[in-house]
Design a protein around this ligand. Sequence first.
Ligand code: NI
Length: 149
Amino acid sequence: MNQSSDQTINQTSGLKVHHIGYLVKKMDAAMDSFRRLGYTVSQDTVFDSIRNIHICFMEKDGYTIELISPSDSTSVAAGLMKKYKNSPYHICYETRDLERTLSELTAGGYAAIDTPAPAPAFGGRRVVFLVSPFLGMIELLETDRHLND
Ligand code: NI
């Protein structure tokens, strides 16, 4: 039996998978390639001037992928591209309480690699990225409702 079974792990509350983030060098070619696999565009490409990336969303079978392409070498995504090439590199989880989830995860060993900041691709909803020593990078996205509170 595993030392930590599902029953004994203290789960982080209220996380919902939102998308899988995919680094791509050439956005248009990547979109065409995903179309050939049966994906459709759910949100067309926008430019995020905070992060210097082009970003779009595609869907298939209820799964959402986010395609991220650095616009130039100053983009944080350009550094990631050197490391990961064209590949999925994070899973994004939606949370109703960004601050609480962030503090729960950092208390549990995650390191925040930036601070919560508005993301134009999500209508200004805030996102933050964290790294776990055991499963790599994740993203947290606050739910819509925070903007309406
Ligand atoms: Ni993402």
